[in-house]
Design a protein around this ligand. Structure first.
Ligand code: PMP
Length: 418
């Protein structure tokens, strides 16, 4: 596969023909949720129209077909992240995947055993966490008496690895961090953090929400123990995501939700559980959504993730250079030392982020404003809210230029002169 054909890609996304406020939609909010190509919509619909039945149950033909499609979807999503199907647990999204891990370790802490946390144990996160990879650890720490510590972020948005090396030690049991921050767009040094965690004997948990849609991802090669990603951010449906886990780690984690479909023998007093991934998938799963997500990763594979990454690097450079050249704008994580995805968040001096968002919206441009579920990171930079623009496979140079043109007029519009 060669370079990305953006015109062809755009034709795959039905929503791109929409107008907003009389202007063609310029969708620069893919980091919040991605748009969906027709193949994803078609896959869900085709399944529901032709194959829908309860999976892993029933002896009838339709149920067997549904089960096969569902398990094919797991295999496709697993392959996309370089893993085997047994290491992919379906969840409703990244938030539920990360909570699943934290609650499972909480259960292990009650039962005792190698994964149990006790008072004095430490959980290490970063200052650049999405709340979904922070609050579950706060809650787990509170339940077990463990202490939560954090790796600070430098002024340029990169992680302070010197402090990380000091912080991660004998008492560290878990190191949780984002592959790519949803505010900074910087690709974090996974190998360095995994090496630190390994030498301390700590479990690594990667939040891969913002990397999975944008760069080639090989979770076993990265060496993390557990990872979470979300369907709706990677051209797939809502209500589906996954927890990836290394075999031994998933085996050692106790289940959280219990009930049907995750058991072998059940008596009135006790139950025996199926092996992973089934032991984490109690109840009816989001089957059509899983099939939609498989269509999304097949679509991304067809584009080629290296092509996607290279294309988005071009867009990223245009976006960040353009934003940086507008007077009165302060970018978060403005560094060239690291690899990046096409996302940037910034403050416009003298204008509230929500007002910036409104001016852009009047021209059909969709961006995200607020703290992007990363309040500690915003506090780190003395901000409460920023504007975030994020691109995708269908974003054009012309769209970036339209955004930059609108953005360059914002301060004058609000009468800010400084
Ligand atoms: N982590 C990061 C870095 C994210 O960007 C998001 C989505 N905002 C999440 C976690 C949570 O994902 P979801 O809302 O799909 O569960």
């Amino acid at each position: 596969a060669g370079a990305l054909d953006v015109t062809a890609v755009r034709a795959d996304f039905p929503i791109l023909t929409e107008s907003v406020n009389g202007e063609p939609l310029v969708y620069l909010d893919s980091a919040a949720t991605s748009q969906k190509p027709r193949v994803v919509l078609d896959a869900e619909r085709a399944f529901l129209e032709h194959e829908n039945a309860a999976v892993h149950r029933g002896a009838h033909t339709l149920a067997a077909e549904a089960t096969e499609s569902f398990e094919d979807a797991r295999a496709a999503v697993a392959r996309f992240v370089g893993a085997g199907p047994e290491s992919i647990v379906w969840t409703s999204g990244a938030t539920s995947a990360l909570n699943l891990v934290a609650y499972a370790i909480g259960n292990a802490s009650i039962a005792g055993g190698p994964l149990a946390l006790t008072r004095g144990d430490e959980i290490v996160v970063t200052e650049a966490e999405h709340h979904a990879n922070l609050i579950p650890w706060q809650q787990l720490a509170a339940r077990t008496g463990a202490t939560l510590r954090h790796i600070p972020v430098h002024d340029d948005g990169t992680l302070d690895l010197v402090t990380a090396a000091d912080l991660i030690g004998e008492r560290t049991r878990i190191v949780a961090f984002p592959h790519v921050s949803n505010v900074l767009g910087i690709v974090n040094p996974v190998a360095d953090l995994v090496a630190l965690a390994r030498s301390a004997g700590a479990l690594t948990v990667l939040d891969a929400c913002q990397s999975a849609p944008h760069l080639p991802l090989d979770l076993p090669a990265l060496g993390v123990d557990l990872a979470a990603f979300s369907g709706h951010k990677m051209l797939g449906p809502y209500g589906i995501g996954a927890l990836y886990g290394r075999g031994e780690v998933l085996d050692a984690l106790p289940p959280v939700l219990t009930g049907g479909s995750m058991v072998t023998t059940v008596t009135l007093d006790a139950a025996e559980f199926l092996p992973a991934p089934q032991k984490f998938e109690a109840g009816t799963q989001p089957v059509s959504q899983a099939i939609g997500l498989a269509a999304a990763v097949r679509y991304l594979d067809h584009l080629g993730m290296q092509n996607v990454h290279e294309r988005e690097r071009v867009l990223e450079k245009r976006l960040r250079d353009g934003v940086r050249s507008i007077p009165g704008i302060r970018l978060l994580g403005d560094t060239d030392v690291a690899d990046r995805v096409a996302l940037c968040a910034f403050d416009v001096d003298g204008v509230h982020a929500h007002d910036v968002g409104q001016v852009l919206d009047a021209r059909g441009i969709a961006v995200r404003v607020g703290h992007h579920c990363a309040q500690p990171l915003h506090r780190r930079f003395d901000m409460t809210a920023t504007v975030r623009a994020s691109a995708s496979v269908f974003t054009t140079e012309a769209e970036i230029d339209t955004f930059l043109d609108a953005l360059s007029g914002v301060r004058a519009f609000f009468g800010v002169r400084r």
